[in-house]
Design a protein around this ligand. Structure first.
Ligand SMILES: [Zn+2]
Length: 110
């Protein structure tokens, strides 16, 4: 890990941002609908969500629902989930990442 170079090019900055995201990436997502765990998903750009460090999303291989997890301040995560649900409708299964890096599916109506 080289920490000396601070004046990175734009490509280097992008690499650093990607590395940072990869470091926050949970091992797997868990579908809130059918509880299937899967590890094929992407980091999603969410620069407009205040207090959110990262968003990861993918499609459940079992039931096809979109699964989305937010990582960040607990209150920001709660706000983001509500906002996203309003924006995207109920077809997206939301969740968040706990402190130990596990994905916790968001249970609706419970
Ligand atoms: Zn599913």
């Amino acid at each position: 890990m080289g920490e000396a170079k601070q004046r990175g090019s734009q490509a280097e900055r992008a690499d650093q941002a990607r590395a940072r995201l990869e470091g926050m990436r949970p091992a797997q997502l868990v579908c809130g609908a059918c509880k299937t765990a899967f590890s094929t998903f992407d980091a999603i750009d969410a620069p407009n969500l205040r207090g959110i460090d990262a968003v990861f999303g993918g499609q459940c291989p079992s039931c096809g629902n979109d699964v989305l997890v937010f990582k960040g301040e607990p209150q920001a995560v709660a706000d983001a989930m509500v906002a996203w649900e309003r924006m995207m409708g109920a077809d997206t299964k939301l969740g968040y990442q706990s402190r130990d890096g596990k994905h916790v599916p968001f249970e609706e109506g419970k």
